[in-house]
Design a protein around this ligand. Structure first.
Ligand code: HEM
Ligand code: HEM
Length: 321
């Protein structure tokens, strides 16, 4: 029972982290990153004593983001401590501490980027770590789930090397694409190519600058990611249709990817509409996390706790505490 509550708590932290990513995305999309000039204080007030009546304009986004970040930081401390006390697998306990380290570093990067007036490398690092942090929490959700612990009821799943490779390649490619997106966002290259799907009316931009190069690389990246994701998902669906633990994330991944491409195109065509642009950041995180879930589940039998779980596979262990 205790372990089921732990799993539910991880899911709750994951939802809070997704809200935090959206709030952070809104800070950048609205250009509010410098609306609070000091850190860790807010206009000289401590974070919790800052009057809500002063949360106007960009301060609403920036201070709101700090408040949500602090909440998620506290939830992550709770997660690491709960795992340390209740989780028998040492490597999972370590992942809990890693998540805590990531959120602390993330908070520091957030503060540093404010104090140094949003230097692109720091803001890009802050964006890149945010997506990794969310994905790590989602992975902890998978690792603490009852399904994972009973190996999804499969003692000897067929070894499909093609699927294993594609399932690893997908999150790696998505993350590279996210980093390209962050570089574009924090170097002001988001509208360097103003039309879509063509670039200045051509397949390839007729003239080049650093901004156009970064922007075009993100579009080529989207095409590469699409090929890899479709290959991984169709492998799972065509060769493992009975393994719902794979087919479900595979279908979700394809759906989220199509949504993400639509949001990316809409971001450009709307001239970076705040809501659309922010949704593109959040959906990027969801694509990465879903690809990571597929990778974890595809590699289930290679994890250190596989032998222990396979002894229980198919024994009605669904009711594991
Ligand atoms: C601790 C967990 C935190 C997470 C997961 C997080 C996440 C994010 C995300 C996803 C963005 C959007 C990046 C982008 O769209 O490119 C962002 C932006 C931002 N965050 Fe955080 N953040 C955290 C903590 C903080 C803290 C404590 C501060 C303190 C000041 C902070 C300050 C900022 C600022 C100023 C921006 C805008 C940066 C820019 O536009 O260049 N963040 N955050
Ligand atoms: C595989 C599909 C895609 C993924 C995973 C993805 C992911 C992302 C992410 C996560 C960001 C923000 C990074 C951050 O947090 O700072 C971003 C930025 C951006 N993406 Fe995408 N993207 C994809 C496809 C596209 C497509 C097809 C377009 C259309 C041109 C596009 C246009 C943009 C633009 C313009 C920005 C920067 C917005 C700004 O300057 O504020 N994306 N992308």
């Amino acid at each position: 029972m205790g372990r089921l509550w732990l799993h539910r708590y991880v899911r709750f932290v994951a939802v809070a982290a997704a809200i935090l990513i959206t709030a952070g995305g809104a800070v950048t999309s609205t250009g509010s990153g410098l609306s609070v000039p000091d850190w860790p204080n807010t206009y000289g007030y401590s974070m919790i004593t800052f009057p809500p009546s002063m949360m106007v304009g960009g301060i609403f986004y920036e201070h709101g983001h700090r408040l949500i970040a602090t909440t998620v930081g506290l939830l992550t401390i709770g997660l690491a401590v709960w795992l340390a006390r209740a989780e028998p697998r040492e490597w999972v306990r370590r992942l809990g501490w890693l998540a805590l380290g990531a959120v602390v570093l993330q908070g520091l990067l957030g503060g540093i980027t404010v104090l140094y007036f949003l230097p692109a490398p720091v803001s890009i690092g802050h964006a890149g770590l945010a997506h990794l942090f969310f994905t790590l929490i989602v992975c902890l959700g998978v690792l603490t789930s009852p399904g994972w612990r009973r190996s999804y009821g499969r003692s000897e799943p067929p070894e499909d090397r093609t699927l294993l490779r594609l399932a690893l390649l997908a999150p790696a490619a998505v993350y590279a694409q996210i980093l390209l997106g962050a570089v574009m966002r924090h170097t002001g290259a988001g509208l360097a190519i103003p039309d879509f799907p063509l670039a200045f009316g051509h397949l390839v931009p007729p003239s080049w600058s650093a901004a156009i190069g970064i922007h075009f690389a993100h579009r080529v990246g989207a095409a590469v990611v699409t090929v890899i994701v479709f290959a991984a998902a169709s492998r799972a669906l065509a060769h493992h249709w009975a393994r719902t633990e794979l087919t479900r994330p595979a279908m979700l991944l394809v759906g989220l990817l199509l949504l993400q491409i639509g949001l990316g195109a809409w971001t450009v065509l709307s001239g970076k509409h705040v809501t659309v642009n922010t949704a593109h950041v959040t959906a990027g995180s969801l694509v990465l996390a879903t690809a990571a879930v597929l990778a974890l589940r595809a590699h289930r039998s290679r994890f250190p706790d596989a032998a222990e779980a396979s002894g229980r596979a198919g024994t009605g262990a669904e009711v594991l505490p």
